[in-house]
Design a protein around this ligand. Structure first.
Ligand code: UDP
Length: 329
């Protein structure tokens, strides 16, 4: 297939480009390079520096490259930033996706794999989260993606040839097993890369946000899905799309790890006694978040191959230890 990957220079998108190429697809990576890295784009992909808002350029590329399917990862994804700057989130994540859909409509491209988020559930009714649970986001980031899911339902109802799948997940972690791609965010806020940067003495210490949660060791529990498993799920979902489909799936490893467990795994993998401080809870952090991914397993046969946190952390370390300054280093 000819696949356009929107956000193809980002952390997840660059892994998706690589996997699609390895699976024999022709890939056009589109990115505005606001937070992506052109060095992360696989050399066999066609790269186009285009913003999502630029409907005419997207339309042109979709036509010229004879794209069959769009895989869409291009998004702002910092919860805290979405609270202080909600308009950028609605502009980029919501309006940007509408622009992409308009381009697809104009070019007659009828398949979309949308990278959504479990943040659309907000404070979950229960864990593990299943797809039928109430969706009521608790921050603008979650709402900006929730809006896209709403748009997809309405557009899908209006155009019965259009097929889409929205994939919802929490914490993506790890890097390509062959060490060729990494995670390079600025600022880096995520637990696993921050632990590894602390091991490399690139940050002072890791502050654990809250030790008084109602969990066995008092720290938050999260669902860490390996980026390669995540991309594999996107490809499985893409391959399953039939005209008129509107599918929603959770992705996850089906269990959670506490912040302390992740810390222990990182200390083991790096062989460094990572300096730690104990801070207050981070606003908006629920105690336990993990998804039930039975639906995609039952319907499409996808399951996560990486379920051990130390293996997931090891793949992240594999890249970061050789690229302590990221792609620019
Ligand atoms: N966390 C932490 N210290 C950090 C970064 C994260 O204790 O420096 C905790 C955070 O409170 C959450 C978990 O690690 O419970 C995962 O956070 P991350 O920011 O990686 O992802 P999120 O869950 O916010 O999507």
């Amino acid at each position: 297939m000819n696949v356009m990957v929107a956000g193809g220079a980002g952390y997840i998108g660059s892994h998706a480009v690589k996997q699609l190429i390895e699976a024999g697809h022709r890939v056009v990576a589109v990115d505005n390079l606001y937070r992506g890295h052109v060095e992360a784009v696989h050399p066999e992909a066609v790269f186009c520096e285009i913003a999502l808002a630029d409907t005419p350029s997207l339309t042109r590329v979709l036509r010229e490259q004879e794209i069959d399917c769009v895989m869409h990862f291009a998004a702002l994804a910092y919860v805290g930033e979405s609270v202080t700057d909600p308009l950028s989130y609605y502009e980029n994540n919501t309006a940007g996706t509408v622009s992409l859909l308009q381009a697809m409509d104009a070019a007659g491209v009828k398949r979309l794999v949308f990278s959504s988020t479990c943040a659309t559930y907000g404070e979950p009714e229960a864990t593990p989260i299943v797809e039928t649970m109430r969706q009521e986001p608790i921050n603008p980031y979650g709402w900006s993606k929730w809006c896209v899911e709403r748009v997809l339902k309405d557009y899908g109802a209006a155009d019965r040839q259009f097929a889409y799948v929205a994939l919802r997940y929490f914490n993506v972690a790890g890097c390509a097993a062959d060490g060729s791609l990494g995670e390079d965010h600025d600022p880096e806020t995520h637990l696993i890369p921050r632990l590894l940067l602390a091991a490399l003495e690139k940050v002072d210490k890791l502050t654990i946000f809250g030790t008084d949660y109602p969990t066995p060791d008092g720290t938050c529990i999260r669902d860490y899905i390996h980026v390669e498993d995540l991309c594999a799920a996107h490809i499985v979902a893409m391959n399953a799309l039939q005209p008129g489909d509107g599918r929603f799936y959770n992705l996850g490893i089906g269990k959670g790890y506490s912040v302390r467990e992740v810390l222990e795994a990182a200390a083991g993998v790096t062989d460094v006694k990572i300096p730690v401080a104990y801070g207050p809870r981070r606003p908006g952090d629920p105690a336990i978040l993990f998804a039930n991914a039975e639906k995609i397993r039952n319907e499409l046969g996808w399951t996560a191959r990486y379920t051990e946190i130390s293996e997931i952390v090891a793949t992240a370390w594999n890249w970061l230890k050789d690229h302590p300054d990221g792609y620019g280093g």
